[in-house]
Ligand binder design. Sequence first.
Ligand SMILES: NC(=O)C1=CN([C@@H]2O[C@H](COP(=O)(O)OP(=O)(O)OC[C@H]3O[C@@H](n4cnc5c(N)ncnc54)[C@H](OP(=O)(O)O)[C@@H]3O)[C@@H](O)[C@H]2O)C=CC1
Ligand SMILES: O=C(CO)COP(=O)(O)O
Length: 343
Amino acid sequence: MASVAVIGSGAWGTTLALLLANKGIDTVLWEHRPERAADMACLRENRLFLPGFRFPEHLGVTADLEEAVRHREVIILVTPSQRMRENARQLAPYLERGAIVVSASKGIELSTLQRMSEVLAEELPEARARLAALSGPNLAREVAEGKPTAAVVAAQDEAIAIYLRTLLSTARYRVYTTQDITGIELGGALKNIIAIGAGINDGMGYGENARAAFITRGLAEITRLGTAAGAHPLTFAGLAGLGDLVATCSSPLSRNHQLGRRLAAGEKLDEILASMHSVAEGVYTTRAALQLAQRYGVEMPITQQLALVLFEGYDPYKAVLELMMRDPKGEMEGLIEGSIYVS
Ligand SMILES: NC(=O)C1=CN([C@@H]2O[C@H](COP(=O)(O)OP(=O)(O)OC[C@H]3O[C@@H](n4cnc5c(N)ncnc54)[C@H](OP(=O)(O)O)[C@@H]3O)[C@@H](O)[C@H]2O)C=CC1
Ligand SMILES: O=C(CO)COP(=O)(O)O
């Protein structure tokens, strides 16, 4: 049976480690701060990021990357996206030949505009043929509680995707496969922008119609950018697109959604970020997506307005008004260009 290292002990890393260890799979969780690793190993719980879930017997904890990675067949990286590269670089010397490397993070590296698997391909070139990405509507706490959900694992090599599907699947966690890594990663990253906007919507009391419209137009925006970047358009109708949008845009458990609510209540971005222990990837992804939109010549009006709210202190009410007052459009404009359905 495989032995697995989970790199990053935030809420999602801890949840994945618990899921695997509860299946009886030999799993080690790597925490980057030695004192926190020692606490977790002693308390048999991650009291900071996922309190209330005891670590089973098959789950080890370490702050030593070599100990975590050496002799492991599968390495799952679940660190904040802006930290992915440094973590991959640090673990490179210890990676076993033939190890499968999975990103379960949802973000884009701001300095390079690369997806996580692109970062991993650069830092772990010997694993390039065995890279994968995991995504889907997977709010960590619900998964940890054993509430049922589904996810999708993407790898260019279909056999690797199928292997990971078997490794990760449980009666409560149904895993599908795809070869569209670009789509899976962009869906997972870009939905966080829309989740912040949905939080603003909810904080302003705009209701269910507005949220549904916002999610749908967010999906159009994600699909436009994603397909321009080479993803299959239907991927965005799947678990890593629509699925994750619905979960993250509707749930108070989502950190991106929480951040949006707090912005609507008038708090400043800096104050919110300073008070959060967890990562709200959508803040970085908003900046990255705007640059990608420029690169591909794609319109992203929601992302543009959100950037004004986040970084320029723009009034959210004004941002919504500006979105509503844009020039009229065909619903599928930019999506199925040339079709008779485009008005
Ligand atoms: N939580 C969820 O429900 C889900 C999250 N994800 C994705 O997983 C990734 C990780 O999120 P999540 O597990 O929730 O993390 P958390 O937001 O719970 O924890 C993030 C914190 O972990 C610390 N940290 C952990 N590992 C590292 C590291 N290697 N380098 C630097 N800091 C580290 C940092 O805190 P400090 O500086 O105090 O050490 C950081 O603020 C994100 O990309 C997220 O989008 C995906 C699916 C579900
Ligand atoms: O990606 C997630 C659920 O699928 C978690 O979203 P947040 O990072 O907003 O909590």
